[in-house]
Structure formats: structure tokens, C-alpha cells
Design a protein around this ligand. Structure first.
Ligand SMILES: Cc1cc2nc3c(=O)[nH]c(=O)nc-3n(C[C@H](O)[C@H](O)[C@H](O)COP(=O)(O)O)c2cc1C
Length: 176
């Protein structure tokens, strides 16, 4: 299977998750390209897609949203998996007892379920390094620390590997 991992990442941590997913798919014998969503020139050349973005203020980044909407007719005909990266910290539930990964689902997942019928979607913990933030994002480092955006790398590589391996196994069952 020729698979495209298409991503949008502002500070690089989602790119790291995309790389890791691509590695697992390659380990399973798939042919994998990894490209930024804005750089994909010929999506028709791929049999399957994994599309991921960081979440900012509840939404996927613009390049990823545009990629899905622009290519929705093609994506609806091919196997697609979506992932989002965002929640920070080591807690599994928020202060109200809600699952952090469910709460962090970007708005677009519901729309894209109807539009392209992805085989699966997943939210992964992300990373934030406040000293690297640019422009208006820097306000985060000036705000009082309310625990919502803690500094650090919280990416859960085991969860990412498990999900990517499951995607690889499903792809292996697709007719060539
Ligand atoms: C200004 C700002 C807003 C954010 N908003 C959200 C959000 O709404 N939901 C979420 O899960 N994570 C949010 N995050 C955390 C980022 O999604 C997380 O740091 C992510 O891993 C960044 O990915 P990147 O390095 O690929 O850009 C926010 C981070 C910043 C700096």
C-alpha cells in the first residue's frame, strides 16, 4: 500500500508524531511518504492516508482543514485515518472528571466523519515549550499558570505506536 502521512504542525511536535507513525507503517512493509498538508501535489497517487494536525483553540490547523476539504471526494473513496495532537500534562481526566482525550477532540472530527468517513481517529497528548512560542501564542507564557497548558513533552510514544500498528494491520487487509 502506498500511504501518505500528511500533517500540519506549528512548533514541530505533531511532525514528530507523524514521523513516528510513518516509521511504524514502514516497519509493517508499507510504502510511506510524509508531507506537510500544503505541499501535497498529487494525492491521487496514494492508496491510503493518515492525516494529522495539532489542535489550537479547539480546532485543527488551517492547512489540515483545507487539505481534507479540498480533497474530500478522493478521501471519501480511500481508507483514511485522522489524528490530532494537543492535550498537555500527565492527567487522564480534567478537573470535571472528563477524559482529556475526548475533550480535546477538534471540532472538525465530527464534520469529517460525515464528509470522508475515516476508518478511525485518535487524539494524542502533545508538547509545549513556552520559550519557543511566537507571536500571539507568547501570551500563554504570560498568563497565570492554570494548569491547562503545562510546559513539557507529553507525547505518549507507546500509544502512538499502538495506534500506528493497528492502522498498519488494517491496511494490510485492504485489497491491493
Ligand atoms: C495558544 C495555544 C492554544 C492551544 N490550544 C489547544 C487546544 O485548544 N486544544 C488542545 O488540545 N491543545 C491546545 N494547545 C496545545 C497544542 O496543541 C500542543 O502544544 C501541540 O502539541 C502543539 O503541536 P505542534 O508543536 O505540532 O504545533 C494549545 C497551545 C497553544 C500554545
Amino acid at each position: 500500500m502506498r500511504v501518505l502521512v500528511a500533517y500540519s504542525s506549528k512548533y514541530g511536535s505533531t511532525r514528530g508524531i507523524a514521523d513516528r507513525i510513518a516509521d511504524r507503517l514502514r516497519d509493517a512493509g508499507h510504502e510511506v511518504d510524509i508531507e506537510h498538508c500544503d505541499d501535497v501535489e498529487y494525492p491521487e497517487g496514494f492508496d491510503a492516508f493518515v492525516i494529522g494536525s495539532a489542535a489550537y483553540v479547539g480546532k485543527w490547523r488551517k492547512e489540515a482543514r483545507k487539505f481534507v476539504r479540498r480533497n474530500h471526494e478522493l478521501l471519501a473513496k480511500r481508507p483514511v485515518w485522522l489524528f490530532s495532537s494537543g492535550p498537555l500534562g500527565t492527567e487522564r481526566v480534567d478537573k470535571d472528571g472528563n477524559d482529556m482525550l475526548v475533550e480535546a477532540r477538534p471540532k472538525e472530527f465530527e464534520e469529517f466523519a460525515d464528509l470522508i468517513h475515516p476508518r478511525g481517529d485518535m487524539v494524542f497528548y502533545g508538547a509545549l515549550h513556552k520559550d519557543e512560542l511566537r507571536g500571539p501564542d507568547r501570551m500563554v507564557s504570560w498568563m497565570p499558570d492554570n494548569g491547562l497548558l503545562p510546559d513539557g513533552d507529553f507525547r505518549d510514544w507507546d500509544a502512538i505506536d499502538d495506534w500506528a500498528n493497528a492502522v498498519a494491520a488494517e491496511l494490510a487487509e485492504q485489497p491491493a
